[in-house]
Design a protein around this ligand. Structure first.
Ligand code: NAD
Length: 528
């Protein structure tokens, strides 16, 4: 049974905050001569979130791409309740694929033995994407197509819906952006007809600019953000990179390994060439105290950027949306290893025919993707040395990733995976998957979720009883569920397994709501 909302008996929230006290049960492990001594720990904590969900603008870098135009079209269809016809009937808009909007949490069981569920979004006051007065989109693209034309070129949404969306989208044009062909594939150059020039910078900043290095780009981006916020009466903005995958930026001592190096390099004609356009957006967001999320695989968040964000206490997150094949991988590998089965060989092939695929047909950009896709099984494998035990070396499954550009399939990416595992008594088990991933239709709701979560985390505070309220760490590992290669604070383990990532987010928000964490023990059904 599903209920729209719920209250927790005996819990009284104020109009200003939804808050709870809870006991955080954990353990400390000490290794003594190869033996683990585990001490259970219990900590009283208070957690709260402001009840006010601010009017929020999500600014996408790569707004005019397949993801950007699909999210805008889908959002507007939901906000204005636009239905459309197809040969199989009338379709109504939905947010399927958004964990926040379309998944549920279990509240408990009635006396009659029926489980009761509530929408995930009812746990805390999220910004409501269905309400155009609370959530809107904007952003940058190096291509000047209006958003209707961009949606047509992406060829993702049904054409009948595109016609209905035309009046809402043809007057929206992305803002000019920073372009550097050295970071993306050569085949993207033709798209670049909407880039920030010295003349545009003068117009935005109201004065002549010194175009040495790349600091001036950061200043223009900051001015664009402020203008967008002001013109749309927004209380908050979130910036998210969904532009083309860049190659990895080299990490060079003296250039970008610390905040000081990075800020100095921005003004240097030569050193600044190593600072990727995506990092410039991250720096601008940090300086404006705006949450920044990287949805592509490249290392936008180089060490200097991370240090800058942490010191400024400005929220950052990423990398790379976990939408299709990798999502399956982080479920399947977790299931196999936690069942005591040993994956030994994983072969993953993709072919796709959208502009992202075209960009990834270039080796340097493919390499960024290969890295984020490959690391996803590492922590799962490391969790089970019973299976992966070769004294003196780290054993991992053979793992290969191939991506090919085949124009004909368009946005309908095909993912084919073969998982071979060792089972009882050296037997072999092989699972073959064929997954048709409608790429942008899978990614768009994830982009929205990342933004809604990123915004929400900025309002979430925690403290020990009577201590100072503190926000969560600026490196938002709480949004790992949405990321192929989750960014985590220094000295923190990376969790890739999808169920663990979801449980983390759900349980933190259950604490705010005053619900017990979901342990799945259900002793009431198991003990006489
Ligand atoms: P796309 O090529 O359709 O869109 C990218 C857009 O970015 C284009 O409109 C391009 O003109 C623009 N762009 C390029 N450089 C820019 C810059 N410097 N500033 C502003 N705009 C710029 O690609 P897409 O399918 O929308 O995917 C976008 C990104 O998301 C890619 O990096 C892709 O790897 C990543 N991603 C997508 C998925 C998915 O399922 N769709 C999953 C994970 C990651």
């Amino acid at each position: 049974m599903l209920v729209d909302s719920f209250s927790v008996a005996g819990k009284a929230d104020t109009t200003e905050y939804k808050s709870s006290k809870f006991v955080y049960n954990n353990t400390e492990v000490e290794m003594k001569d190869g033996h683990a001594v585990v001490t259970p720990t219990h900590k009283e904590l208070e957690i709260r979130i402001s009840q006010h969900a601010p009017k929020t603008g999500l600014m996408l870098v790569g707004f005019g791409g397949s993801n950007g135009s699909t999210l805008l079209g889908g959002l507007l269809a939901n906000q204005h309740n636009i239905s459309w016809e197809r040969k199989d009937g009338v379709c109504n808009p939905n947010f399927f694929g958004s964990m926040i909007e379309s998944s549920t949490v279990r509240l408990g069981t009635t006396h009659a033995g029926e489980d009761v569920y509530a929408p995930f979004r009812s746990l805390v006051p999220f910004v409501d994407p269905k309400n155009p007065d609370q959530f809107m989109l904007g952003g940058w693209d190096i291509n000047n197509d209006n958003m209707y034309a961009a949606m047509q070129k992406a060829a993702v949404l049904d054409v009948t819906l595109q016609h209905k969306l035309r009046p809402y989208m043809e007057n929206i044009t992305p803002m000019p952006s920073v372009f550097d062909i050295n970071f993306v594939a050569a085949n993207q150059e033709d798209r670049a007809n909407n880039v920030i020039t010295a003349e545009y910078a003068k117009e935005m900043l109201g004065e002549e600019v010194d175009t040495t290095g790349r600091r001036w780009y950061v200043e223009v981006i900051k001015a664009q953000m402020r203008k967008f916020k002001e013109e749309n009466n927004l209380e908050k903005i979130v910036v998210l990179w969904t532009a083309n995958t860049e190659c990895f930026a080299p990490i060079i001592e003296g250039v970008n390994t610390t905040e000081a190096e990075l800020l100095a390099s921005l003004k240097d004609a030569e050193k600044s060439k190593h600072i990727a356009p995506s990092s410039l957006f991250a720096i601008a967001a940090i300086e404006e105290k705006v949450t920044f999320i990287n949805g592509s695989p490249q290392n936008t968040l180089v060490p200097g950027v991370i240090e800058y964000a942490v010191r400024n206490r400005s929220m950052i997150g990423g990398d790379d949306f976990k939408s299709g094949q990798t999502k399956m991988k982080s479920v399947l590998t977790d299931f196999l290893v936690s069942s005591g089965i040993k994956p030994t060989c994983i072969a993953s092939y993709n072919h796709l025919g959208n502009n992202d695929g075209l960009n990834l047909s270039s080796p340097a950009q493919f390499r960024s993707k290969e890295i984020t896709k490959a690391n996803v099984v590492d922590d799962i494998v490391a969790s089970n040395d019973i299976l992966y035990k070769r004294p003196g070396e780290i054993e991992k499954p053979d793992h290969c990733i191939v991506i090919k550009y085949l124009k004909y399939v368009g946005d309908s990416k095909r993912a084919m995976d073969e998982y071979t595992s060792e089972i009882f008594m050296r037997g072999k088990n092989t699972i073959v998957l064929h997954n048709t991933c409608e790429d942008s239709l899978l990614a768009a709701p994830i982009i929205m979720d990342m933004a809604l979560c990123g915004e929400m985390l900025g309002r979430l505070e925690i403290r020990e009883p009577n201590g100072e309220w503190e926000n969560f760490h600026p490196v938002m590992n709480t949004i790992s569920f949405f990321c192929k290669a989750p960014r985590v604070p220094d000295q923190t383990p990376i969790i890739n397994a999808l169920p663990a990532q979801r449980a983390c987010l759900e349980n933190i928000l259950r604490c705010v709501a005053g619900l017990p964490i979901e342990t799945n023990m259900r002793l009431e059904n198991r003990v006489m």
